[in-house]
Design a protein around this ligand. Structure first.
Ligand SMILES: [Zn+2]
Length: 347
């Protein structure tokens, strides 16, 4: 299972009128005590903007089993809390009000989506939310939320006793991890435990070579091997969660990739920096036309941070330069200091 780094705000389509209309129709049915079927929901979550953005932030991987699959043919948008029924509670109408909620949508492979279906067990069934106003934080779900929680605290791997297979195992005392891997997802299906083991011999060799080259003080090999460990444990690698666990258990944790932490920190600093810039600019006396231009350019900067695939660092820097020119006469040193910092962050 993967942890999903800070996602941008909801794509516009999910807050559009057409989505609101569908939601209202469902709400009316619920009020009239009519049954709501999954076919009553228009699949706005399948729209390209939504699926592409989730795909990008999950590095093209199923958020549960960590397999990379074809985005259009072999992946589907998954409702974390099921939208039209709940297997553990036949009287429940499903979390229909979360059907178009950005934080309830992830991308999974078809096997994980089928296995999970409308399951959403809670540690205490009595605390289940039933209506839009009910607090979701009262629930204690077995399912691990890849945005709010770190799956690595709940799910580990066994590669020693499984005869060339790599099985996922639960780690926590509440058995959340165990339930997720064995009942709620395809994380331990035969094809996944086989696929996860495909590089087992390769990473064993990498671990052995790392230890050997360090002992021999063979810098050339040691540096190359460290690069390989970083490559296997980077978020965009299929099964990087397993590889991280493997290298950690072999005492090589210090060489695993920490790009996730770095990316999150950088992203957060950029967002904060842009916010500061916006606030300072709003206090400047600029002509209306300059103000409009600045607003447009700030939007481009925000797009860079939230949708990096749409633009690149060169455009980000050029945009900052345009803003700097536009506000030149009016701005004090503090503003240029922020611009300089933003510039440094992405170089
Ligand atoms: Zn999957």
């Amino acid at each position: 299972m993967i942890q999903i780094a800070h996602r941008p705000d909801s794509p516009e389509v999910l807050t559009s009128n057409k989505v609101e209309n569908t939601r209202k129709k469902i709400e009316q049915k619920i009020k009239n005590k009519q049954s709501v079927k999954s076919t009553d929901f228009k699949a706005h979550w399948k729209e390209k903007d939504v699926k592409d953005l989730i795909y990008y932030h999950q590095n093209g991987k199923c958020c549960y089993c960590e397999r990379k699959r074809d985005r259009s043919m072999e992946m589907t948008v998954e409702h974390f809390r099921p939208k039209s029924s709940v297997q553990e509670n036949k009287d429940h109408s499903g979390y229909w009000w979360l059907a178009y909620e950005w934080d309830n949508l992830f991308l999974t492979c078809l096997s994980c989506n089928n296995k999970k279906g409308d399951k959403f067990p809670l540690l205490d069934e009595k605390r289940r939310s039933k209506h839009p106003g009910d607090s979701l934080s009262n629930e204690e779900p077995y399912m691990i939320n890849p945005i709010d929680e770190n799956p690595e605290d709940y799910i580990g791997f066994d590669w020693d006793s499984t005869n060339l297979l790599v099985k996922a195992v639960g780690l926590d005392k509440n058995n959340r991890g165990a339930k997720v891997v064995n009942e709620l997802t395809a994380i331990n299906s035969q094809s996944v435990i086989e696929e996860r083991a495909q590089n087992l011999e390769t990473i064993r060799t990498i671990a052995n070579l790392c230890i050997w080259s360090k002992l021999q003080e063979n810098k050339l090999i040691f540096e190359k091997i460290k690069e390989l460990i970083a490559k296997y444990t980077k978020n965009d690698m299929q099964f990087s969660g397993f590889y991280r666990a493997f290298f950690q258990k072999n005492g090589l944790g210090e060489y695993i990739s920490n790009t996730k932490i770095k990316d999150q920190a950088t992203e957060k600093s950029l967002v904060d920096g842009i916010e500061q810039l916006k606030e300072k600019i709003s206090k400047l006396s600029l002509s209306d036309s300059d103000k409009n231009k600045v607003v447009q350019h700030i939007q481009k900067l925000e797009n860079y941070v939230t949708k990096p695939e749409k633009t690149n660092a060169t455009i980000f820097k050029a945009t900052l330069e345009v803003i700097a020119n536009l506000i030149q006469g009016a701005a004090g040193g503090a503003l240029f200091e922020i611009i300089k910092q933003l510039n440094n962050m992405i170089s």
